[in-house]
Ligand binder design. Structure first.
Ligand code: NAI
Length: 337
C-alpha cells in the first residue's frame, strides 16, 4: 500500500505525548488509510517512559503502524520527517525568570530546528506545542533556513476549541453549529478569543448573546469579563480542578491542527485558528508567529482576509502582538535567532 508518513514526536515520554500516540497510530490524525512510522524523541531521563509507550503501541496492534523508533538523538529523529510534533519543552521552574525560560527553550528548539533543516522531507510540517509555543516555533524556524517559514506553526487550536466550547455552553447549543471564532496573537493569557464573526447555525452570535444576557451592553460585559479571561486562563482552571494540566484536550487539539492542515478545513465548517508566521496581515508585524483565522486549502494554510476589526478587537490584538514582539526581542538579545 502507501509509503508510511514519518511522524516525529518530541516529549514522547510525557503526558501529552502519551495521549497523542494512540490517536496518531489509530489513523485519527492523517486518515484511516495512511500508514504511519513514528519516531519518538526524548531526553535521556524520558527515554524509559517513551520506550514503555512504544511497547504499548505494539500491544494495541494498530494495522496502520509501520514502525516505532525511540531515540534521544535529534538528527536521527528528524531524518525524513513529514510531520514534526514538538511537544517536549522546558517548563518554568521555581524562581526561573522569563529570560531563563526563553534561554532554556532556545537550547531545545534551536538544535531541533537545525535537525529538521538537515533531514526533513520536502513537505515537512511542524507544529510546536511546547511552551512558550509561538516563540519556540520562531526559534526553530530561524534555525531551519532551508525550510519555508510557513511550515512552522504553533498550537492555538486548543484555545480555539475552548472558545467554541464556552460559546456553545453560553448559547445552550451544540458545539457543531458554531463556526468562525478566532484566536488572535500569542498562546498565553494575552491571547484574544474573538467571537465577532462567529455564527450559530448561520446566525451571528452577537445578537444571540445580547438576547441571552439581556442586551448588547450586558453581552459585551460577559465577553470582556467572563468569556475572554475564561478561555485565556482555562489552562489554570483545568490544573485547579483536575490537579494536573490539560492533556487530553491538548492532544485532541494537536490532532485537529494537523488533520486540518494536511486534509483541509471544510468550507462548510468555517475557519480555524493557527499561529503561523505573519505576512503583515491585520497589522501584525511580518515574521512574528501569531495566531490568525486560518483556512487550509490543498495542504496550505492561508490567513482569512478582509475581516472587519472593531476598536475593541484592535486593542486586544495589539496587546497580544506586543507581547510576542517582546518575546522575539528577548530571544534575539539572547542570540537565539
Ligand atoms: P510533560 O512534562 O508530561 O512532558 C514533557 C516531556 O518532554 C518530558 O517527558 C520531557 O522529558 C520531554 N522533553 C523535555 N525536553 C526535551 C527535549 N529537548 N527533547 C525531547 N523531549 C524533551 O509535559 P506535557 O503535559 O506533555 O506538556 C508538554 C508541553 O506542552 C509543555 O510545554 C506544556 O506547557 C505545553 N502545552 C501546550 C499547550 C498548547 O495549547 N500549546 C497546551 C498544553 C500544554
Amino acid at each position: 500500500s502507501e509509503t508510511p508518513v514519518t511522524v516525529t514526536l518530541t516529549g514522547a515520554g510525557g503526558q501529552i505525548g502519551y495521549a497523542l500516540l494512540f490517536r496518531i497510530a489509530s489513523g485519527q490524525m492523517l486518515g484511516a488509510d495512511v500508514p504511519v512510522r513514528l519516531r519518538l524523541l526524548e531526553i535521556p531521563q524520558g527515554l524509559k517512559a517513551a520506550e514503555g509507550a512504544a511497547l504499548e503501541l505494539q500491544d494495541a496492534a494498530f494495522p496502520l503502524l509501520a514502525g516505532v523508533d525511540v531515540t534521544d538523538d535529534a538528527t536521527a529523529a528528524f531524518d525524513g520527517v513529514n510531520v514534526a510534533l514538538l511537544v517536549g519543552a522546558r517548563p518554568r521552574g521555581p524562581g526561573m525568570e522569563r529570560a531563563d525560560l526563553l534561554a532554556a527553550n532556545g537550547g531545545i528548539f534551536g538544535p531541533q530546528g537545525a535537525a529538521i533543516n538537515a533531514g526533513a522531507a520536502d513537505d515537512v510540517r511542524v507544529v510546536v506545542v511546547g511552551n512558550p509555543a509561538n516563540t519556540n516555533a520562531l526559534i526553530a524556524s530561524a534555525h531551519a533556513p532551508d525550510v519555508p517559514a510557513e511550515r512552522f506553526t504553533a498550537l492555538t487550536r486548543l484555545d480555539h476549541n475552548r472558545a467554541l466550547g464556552q460559546l456553545a455552553a453560553a448559547l445552550d447549543a451544540p458545539v457543531g453549529g458554531i463556526r468562525d471564532v478566532t484566536i488572535w496573537g500569542n498562546h498565553s493569557a494575552s491571547q484574544y478569543p474573538d467571537v465577532s464573526h462567529a455564527t450559530l447555525d448561520g446566525a451571528p452570535v452577537l445578537p444571540l448573546l445580547a438576547e441571552r444576557f439581556g442586551g448588547a451592553d450586558a453581552a459585551e460585559r460577559w465577553l470582556a469579563e467572563e468569556f475572554i479571561p475564561r478561555v485565556a486562563k482555562r489552562g489554570a482552571e483545568i490544573i485547579e480542578v483536575r490537579g494536573s494540566s490539560s492533556v487530553g484536550s491538548a492532544a485532541s487539539a494537536t490532532i485537529d491542527h494537523v488533520r486540518d492542515w494536511v486534509g483541509g478545513t471544510s468550507p462548510g465548517a468555517g475557519w480555524t485558528s493557527v499561529a503561523l508566521p505573519s505576512d503583515g496581515s491585520y497589522g501584525v508585524p511580518e515574521g512574528l508567529i501569531s495566531s490568525f483565522p486560518v483556512e487550509s486549502v490543498d495542504g496550505r494554510l492561508r490567513i482569512v482576509q478582509g475581516l472587519a476589526v472593531s476598536e475593541f478587537s484592535r486593542a486586544r490584538i495589539d496587546a497580544s502582538v506586543a507581547e510576542l514582539a517582546g518575546e522575539r526581542d528577548a530571544v534575539r538579545a539572547l542570540g537565539l535567532l
